[in-house]
Write a protein that binds this ligand. Structure first.
Ligand code: C5P
Length: 404
């Protein structure tokens, strides 16, 4: 699985001779389908120019913390929100020391401190500097702060010495990065996900539908697959390609989605209903195109089957997660839904003008019996991974509790 596809990697470059490898790193990240943005420290600019990094990344390079031009486009908060992961390569002894001490005196160190996503560093320095107790103390501190270190490698150094301190090669870094997006939290579990809108025919050329793009559901399916799940994605019509390694079951109507889910649910461990299922369909779709002869036209609508409720009400339901898209009183409705529909978890998002549907970003309030958490505004792919993490945790907690 190419787990780097579409991932947003913020590549930090600090000042060291290995910075010349960072250009190749960006190129290779892009070859793997990742979206890379580069942030450089001022001393990194002595080793490789921002222009080079801009050319290879195809994006503006960020250097200054308080850059009024960058702030207008993508300031440090936006960058932190955007990233799925921060990789600092090379990480110099000085840069590691600054982050270990909690200093935020330039853009890159600020981003490392402000990050709510994994921070990975690839140290690169002279072997004596690496072995120095001060550096080793900083290494221990960084590990304590959940920073992952990749390398350094051992071998010939630019300064002519031999020993530990070489930055790992770009390919080694990329492989490690790709692995870090995979987990085994849903290993071996069958996960059924619904996504997208449904279409309910009015006549052969018209239908009732909604603005759902399917993006959230597809991102959830992909994240579940990256967590090791065997994912079945039952999807209404969307314009996006299904993720690789996910079994795609395309449907059009709510009734078809219901049938497709029911055919898959018996051995499912987890059900995630991210689809925006049409609540009503025409009682009787016309078999010929309706003519506009009258000023008014009445359509008699009938409720569609509630797929989520049907799954949650089974004798032995899977771990069941619903979504709640509301224009107001979000958390009240969501918590009611959790109880009324007997869900294990509900993920609520505000919808309305430029929010929720058909947008790249979203924010979620997630509730379960006795708890809840707010997932801050972020790209849907990133939210999906956070949600899958929460679902996996709750799923395992519930199973452990039931086993006792
Ligand atoms: O009750 P409401 O439609 O607001 O609940 C939304 C949740 O129920 C979503 O998770 C949606 O996928 C699911 N749903 C469903 N079948 C329906 C309507 C909603 O599975 N017919």
């Amino acid at each position: 699985m190419n787990s780097l596809l579409g991932k947003r990697i913020l590549l930090g470059v600090s000042g060291g001779i290995a910075a010349y490898k960072s250009a190749d790193l960006v190129r290779k990240l892009r070859e793997r389908g990742a979206d890379a943005r580069v942030v450089m420290t001022r001393s990194a600019c002595e080793f490789i120019t921002p222009l080079t990094m801009q050319a290879v990344s195809g994006k503006p390079v960020h250097v200054e913390l308080l850059d009024y031009k960058a702030e207008g486009a993508m300031g440090h908060i936006d960058l932190a929100r955007w990233a799925d992961m921060i990789l600092v390569a090379p990480a110099s002894a000085n840069f590691m020391s600054r982050v270990a001490q909690g200093q935020a005196d330039d853009l890159l160190s600020t981003l490392c401190l402000a990050a709510s996503v994994p921070v990975i560093m690839a140290p690169a320095m002279n072997q004596q500097m690496w072995l120095n107790p001060a550096t080793q103390r900083n290494v221990a501190l960084l590990k304590d702060y959940q920073v992952t270190l990749l390398g350094p490698g051992v071998g010939d150094q630019a300064c002519g010495e031999t020993g530990p301190g070489r930055m790992l090669e770009p390919l080694e870094l990329i492989d490690a990065l790709a692995k870090s997006f995979l987990s085994d939290r849903m290993s071996g579990l069958k996960v059924v996900v619904t996504a997208g809108p449904t279409r309910e025919a009015i006549d052969p050329v018209r239908y009732i539908s909604n603005r759902s793009s399917g993006r959230m559901g597809y991102a959830v399916a992909r994240a579940a697959s990256e967590a090791g799940g065997h994912v079945v994605l039952v999807s209404g019509p969307t314009a996006i390609d299904p993720p690789e390694h996910v079994r795609h079951c395309p449907v059009i109507t709510a009734a078809e989605m219901h049938n497709s889910v029911m055919a898959e649910i018996d051995d499912a461990a987890i059900f995630i209903a991210a689809a925006a299922v049409a609540d009503y369909r025409c009682n009787q779709a016309a078999d010929k195109k309706i003519k506009k002869d009258n000023d008014e036209l009445e359509l008699l609508l009938k409720k569609t089957p509630d797929i989520l409720a049907a799954v949650a009400n089974r004798k032995l339901p899977p771990f069941t997660v619903g979504f709640a898209a509301e224009t107001h009183s979000l958390s009240d409705y969501a918590q009611q839904k959790l109880i009324n529909k007997k869900l294990d978890m509900v993920a609520a998002n505000q919808v309305g003008e430029n929010q929720g549907f058909d947008t790249k970003d979203n924010e979620l309030e997630v509730f379960w019996s006795g708890g809840g958490v707010r997932l801050e505004r972020a790209p849907k792919e990133k939210l999906a991974r956070q949600l899958i993490h929460l679902i996996a945790n709750r799923y395992h907690e519930k199973n452990t509790a039931q086993a006792h």
